[in-house]
Design a protein around this ligand. Structure first.
Ligand code: ATP
Ligand code: MG
Length: 401
């Protein structure tokens, strides 16, 4: 079937009142960004939907990309034909023939914007339905849950026939809600947290701490690959890579072993917060989930979080590990996350970290050392790279939603 058009319906944004303009503009920009290499497409939009004229561009390829764009509720592939009964009948039949298999059911619904058309909507449904029934084998009508739902929209200048209703990714357009930093490790959880941040309309910048030579180039590459994978859901992402070796060595030297994990996290959070400020973001996302490991008890979160009043958001907080893993597999991040390279935290993890650290104690231990110069240096020496979405990667995500 050669589709000429794609009709995109917006989701939650339809209800956003005076902000909707901003949302719609952002969504349009995001759609254009993911489709930027399909140069033939023309875009047109009204209050609650957007029409893409494909001009011969590949509908399947475009469909796969659109499924990852947050803010789209659903979209349909459409063909156009002249507004005359004969053309509509033939176009409807030809397109149904291309997609049905024996045993399928179908339904025709007509909408008539052009009231002067010779048949009314009921007559059209009967006429087109009858024509399809007479000219196909093994296809029957089911008005309640048809396999194929043919919608006909009659306008004066042309008639549109839409067939496939594709589910969109839902959520809100990336960037419409502002910007946040994502603390990304090479683990399973943080990329999933990034996905949820983007789903609710945030643009993210990723921050990763690495400690050469304790952690290898391959561990860093893993994080680059994870971040690149996330670009499928929201376009280009900046990744800040923070050199963390000196800070970790100083922690090893100065902080009692059972509190070194708490100190590490506190310093990471302080550095991430500085980068957040520099980049005009308003929150920090992490992949923490309550009770998973020593650093993720409520006491631990309290002691770590005390270094900043910036919102630290944890979208996985209520999820079990198995649920997170399932989501990571869907997103295509899981296979990257399980590559066996060391993370800076695993290497320095003490044998018995304190599971219920006290804020006063860690503050006391830290008070003997001036970490400020190292925090400053880490921020200054941070390397920033911009990951551009890769087309091939995006298409692999086609069926996730
Ligand atoms: P993940 O699978 O995301 O690594 P985890 O269950 O292994 O999570 P931790 O290792 O305790 O848990 O990390 C908790 C959170 O701290 C991570 O989700 C991430 O947001 C942040 N984090 C941990 N290590 C790093 C790092 N090297 N760079 C940046 N952020 C990190
Ligand atoms: Mg981890």
């Amino acid at each position: 079937m050669k589709y000429d058009y794609i009709l995109i319906r917006f989701g939650e944004i339809s209800t956003k009142g005076k902000n909707r303009r901003l949302f719609v503009d952002r969504l349009k920009r995001n759609i254009k960004m993911v489709l930027r290499d399909y140069t033939g497409i023309r875009y047109e939009s009204t209050r609650d939907r957007m029409t893409l004229t494909l001009n011969g561009e590949d509908a399947e390829g475009v469909t796969a990309r659109l499924k990852n764009v947050f803010g789209i509720q659903s979209f349909s592939l459409a063909v156009k034909c002249p507004t005359d009964l004969h053309s509509i009948k033939e176009t409807a039949l030809a397109s149904v023939k291309e997609q049905y298999k024996a045993g399928d059911t179908f339904k025709v619904s007509t909408k008539r914007a052009y009231k002067q058309f010779e048949l009314d909507t009921n007559e059209m449904n009967a006429e087109i339905g009858g024509h399809i029934l007479r000219n196909t084998d093994g296809l029957t009508v089911d008005v309640h849950s048809p396999d194929i739902h043919l919608r006909i929209e009659i306008r004066e200048d042309a008639t549109y026939l839409t067939f496939r209703d594709e589910k969109g990714a839902g959520g809100l357009p990336v960037g419409s809600g502002g910007k946040a930093m994502l603390m990304i490790s090479g683990g399973i959880d943080s990329p999933v947290a990034g996905f949820y941040a983007m789903k609710r309309g945030l643009e993210i910048e990723a921050v990763h701490f690495f400690s050469p030579p304790y952690t290898s180039e391959r561990a860093k590459q893993k994080v680059i690959d994870l971040t690149e994978r996330l670009t499928a859901f929201g376009g280009d992402i900046k990744l800040h890579i923070v050199p963390f070796t000196k800070t970790q060595e100083l922690i090893q030297k100065q902080i009692p072993e059972n509190y070194s994990m708490t100190a590490t996290r506190r310093l990471m959070l302080q550095i991430a917060d500085k980068l957040r400020e520099q980049n005009n973001a308003l929150a920090i996302f992490t992949g923490e989930s309550l009770g998973q490991v020593a650093s993720q008890t409520l006491e631990s979160m309290y002691a770590i979080n005390a270094v900043t009043s910036t919102p630290v958001l944890r979208p996985l907080i209520g999820m079990d590990k198995t649920e997170i893993i399932e989501k990571a597999k869907e997103l295509g991040t899981y296979d990257i996350s399980i590559r066996p390279y060391e993370d800076c935290c695993t290497i320095f993890t003490p044998s018995a970290p304190k599971t219920r650290p006290k804020k006063e104690k860690i503050e006391h231990f830290e008070s003997y050392t001036d970490f400020e110069p190292l925090i400053k240096e880490a921020v200054e020496k941070t390397e920033t790279i911009v990951l551009k979405g890769k087309t091939e990667v995006k298409e692999k995500f086609a069926d996730f939603f």
